[in-house]
Ligand binder design. Structure first.
Ligand code: ARG
Length: 473
């Protein structure tokens, strides 16, 4: 799991061993250590320490020389970690103590002053917030890229007719562009949730110290500003105890993953020969080890499945946090592993969905053929009976139902029923009715706000493409 060194763990802790007479048991070390997981926070940990050291010097709490030595030492450590020469040690528990111990090796006594007016409790809360903030920003841009490829498909297929479904039964014709835009809208709300989470997490816990604040004259406003937080957190107990920022991010991630799993599922269906609506590119499909003809949508299936792990990460953290007394408890160390995996998985899902959508071929003929089946324009017929013959909608529904049954018995489309047959069901029907029975006429007539008419969809595609290009500029 971790890239840990093999220094023997059974030494007393250099950091907190003062009041202990024997070294921790190896099992204690194993259950306690988080370095295998939290070494990922090294950039944030160093950024937090630099801000803290600078503030301590500015406030006259440590000397300028010590702060300068700390800065040089931390820069060297960053280089060592980046180049892979830094030795992470389980006996040093976590990223905070691994870095501090190395700093001591490098600069000696000054390293020991860095932890003045600070605790690992406010330190880890700060690191984790910084890490999540970056990941939320990356997530938002990856989501916008997926919106971009969906909006391009919308532009190209504003007038491509496909069956719209309810209960996965043919309902009414829609355009493929309209369907793509439905996901663009969902993703936009997801982005809103990520941005909300970002805004709320953007307060700085640093300086809350262990739980009560500190007697040193620190400047929390300065460290908060230095780290691009909006403000310091107002309550020191809350600052070290709360993980709702991670819960909120994970819940937003889970909601978004459910959206993507629905698109993934639709792509799996559309690619099956029974639908034949899309073809995945070879770049986003796999073969079978036994059936030579197979081209499987594994990436889409895995995107559909990943939501399980994401929802699990959210639930795991809910259960870790539930009932914990204030302030910090070591339970909270379990907050990171699954959050990291959830964000890793989600960015892979976004990249895969973006690639799949971008690369797929849309089979317009198959979509249109499917859209003409299943009496998909029956509602249009009923609406015509209401509009042109003045029937009440319920009566029109009944007459149309009988006509649909007739078409089914004759195994033909509604539009292929001769006029005399239609008139048998209502003698007021004229040949004008054929004008509304085609799938083209049906989608073109859906001009109500948010409807599927190709004109509206094309206009929305342009608006989205403009909006997204502004977002990227
Ligand atoms: N590794 C710890 C965590 O991730 C850091 C905080 C430890 N604090 C403490 N009081 N033991 O939660």
């Amino acid at each position: 799991m971790s890239d840990t060194g093999d220094r023997p763990p059974n030494e007393k802790s250099q950091i907190w061993g003062g009041r202990f007479s024997v070294a921790p048991d190896e099992i204690m070390t194993a259950i306690n250590a988080s370095i295998g997981v939290d070494q990922r926070l090294w950039r944030e940990d160093i950024a937090g320490s630099l801000a803290h050291a600078g503030m301590l010097a500015a406030q006259g709490i440590i000397s300028a020389e010590d702060a300068a030595a700390i800065e040089i030492g931390l820069a060297q450590i960053a280089g060592e970690i980046e180049s892979g020469t830094f030795v992470f040690t389980e006996a040093l528990e976590d990223i905070h103590m691994n870095i501090e111990a190395r700093l001591k090796e490098l600069i000696g006594e000054a390293a020991g002053r860095l932890h003045t007016a600070r605790s690992r409790n406010d330190q880890v809360a700060t690191d984790f917030r910084l890490w999540l903030r970056t990941r939320l920003d990356e997530t938002v841009s990856a989501m916008s890229e997926l919106q971009g490829v969906l909006a391009l498909k919308t532009r190209d297929h504003a007038g491509t007719i496909m069956p719209g479904y309810t209960h996965l039964q043919t309902a009414q014709p829609v355009t493929f562009g309209h369907h793509c835009l439905a996901y663009v809208e969902m993703l936009e709300r997801d982005i809103g949730r990520f941005l909300d989470a970002r805004e709320r997490l953007n307060e700085c816990p640093l300086g809350a110290a262990a739980l009560a604040g500190t007697s040193f004259p620190i400047d929390r406003m300065r460290t908060a500003t230095e780290l691009d937080f909006n403000r310091p957190m107002a309550n020191s107990l809350d600052a070290v105890s709360s993980r709702d920022f991670a819960l909120e991010a994970l819940s937003a991630l889970t909601i978004s993953a459910t959206h993507l799993s629905r698109l993934a599922e639709e792509m799996v269906l559309w690619a099956s020969p029974h639908f034949g609506f899309i073809t995945f590119s070879d770049r986003f499909a796999t073969g079978s080890s036994i059936m030579p003809q197979k081209k499987n949508p594994d990436a889409a299936e895995l995107c559909r499945a990943k939501v399980g792990g994401l929802a699990g990460a959210f639930q795991a953290l809910v259960l870790v946090m539930k009932g914990l007394p204030l302030a910090y408890s070591k339970d909270m160390q379990e907050d990171k592993a699954r959050t990291f995996i959830a964000f890793d998985d989600f960015s892979l899902v976004l990249a895969a969905m973006t690639g799949m959508v971008d690369d797929m071929d849309v089979n317009e003929a198959a979509m249109k053929a499917a859209a003409t089946h299943g009496a998909s324009t029956a509602t249009d017929l009923a609406d015509w009976l209401v509009r042109d013959l003045g029937l009440a909608f319920r009566d029109a529904h009944h007459v149309t139902g009988a006509i649909v049954a007739e078409a089914e018995a004759r195994r033909c489309h509604l539009a292929d029923l001769p006029l005399e047959v239609l008139q048998h069901f209502h003698d007021g029907i004229t040949d004008q009715v054929y004008g509304v029975l085609t799938v083209e006429a049906s989608v073109a007539s859906r001009t109500s706000y948010g409807g599927t008419s190709p004109d509206l969809v094309a206009r929305q595609a342009t608006q989205w493409l403009n909006r997204l290009s502004e977002r990227f500029s």
